[in-house]
Design a protein around this ligand. Structure first.
Ligand code: ATP
Length: 202
């Protein structure tokens, strides 16, 4: 299994507990608002510490409460695309993409901007982008850090039907052409059915 996750902790008033194993491909975390989907992604990324549990990704233990293992977020090999695109507003798209891109330049950069259909947006400011364009840039930025896996938090929310279709195609390309395992949060059943190799209900 690519992902082996068993985590729990208190978040505000709520008790969030989530346990699943998933192969590579795309796994959807599916469930109603407040079920703890975003908190689970945060725990996998290392942004929130589980009070108990274990997180293994591709045979690498990222967190184990008993063994006292807690790999810091920047060493987890994670590409995280937050619910909002979170682009730097004072940097053009190209600079946003190069931020934290490490060694990944030249061919990889060209290929990614082509796969995500953002090559024509490189000189634009984030505030001039549509929701779908900003989402694609945010996905590209996450991929440029050369992650072992990708976490997508509601990548299709607050987009119109045409934009949703566009982003779904981008996600399918990342899944199938770039072969990067993806954990994705949604509460839309149709999206989940179309994109997922496995659905985890919370
Ligand atoms: N900063 C916070 N302070 C207090 N409670 C919080 C906080 N963040 C989340 N919670 C609570 O923790 C629970 C899990 O929240 P989480 O955002 O993980 O759920 P979710 O399934 O992602 O929901 P949504 O689909 O609405 O984004 C919810 O009951 C929420 O009210």
């Amino acid at each position: 299994m690519f992902f082996e996750v068993d985590v729990e902790r208190q978040v505000g008033e709520a008790w969030v507990a989530c346990r699943f194993s998933a192969p590579d491909g795309l796994t959807v975390l599916f469930g109603p608002s407040g079920a703890g989907k975003t908190s689970t992604l945060h725990m996998i990324a290392g942004l929130l510490t589980p009070s108990r549990g274990r997180i293994v990704v591709h045979d690498r233990v990222l967190f184990d409460s008993e063994a006292r293992i807690d790999v810091p977020p920047e060493r987890r090999g994670v590409g995280y695309v937050f619910q909002e695109a979170r682009l730097f507003p004072h940097m053009r798209v190209a600079a946003n993409l190069h931020y934290g891109a490490g060694e990944k330049h030249g061919e990889d950069f060209e290929r990614l901007t082509r796969v995500l259909g953002i090559a024509h947006l490189l000189d634009r400011w984030p505030r001039t982008l549509s929701g779908g364009e900003a989402r694609r840039v945010a996905i590209a930025r996450a991929l440029l850090s050369d992650p072992d896996f990708l976490l997508l938090d509601e990548p299709l929310s607050s987009l119109d039907k045409a934009r949703r279709e566009e982003i779904m195609r981008v996600i399918e390309r990342v899944r199938d052409d770039l072969c990067i395992p993806i954990l994705m949060v949604t509460h839309d059943h149709d999206e989940a059915k179309r994109l997922a190799s496995q659905i985890v209900a919370l």
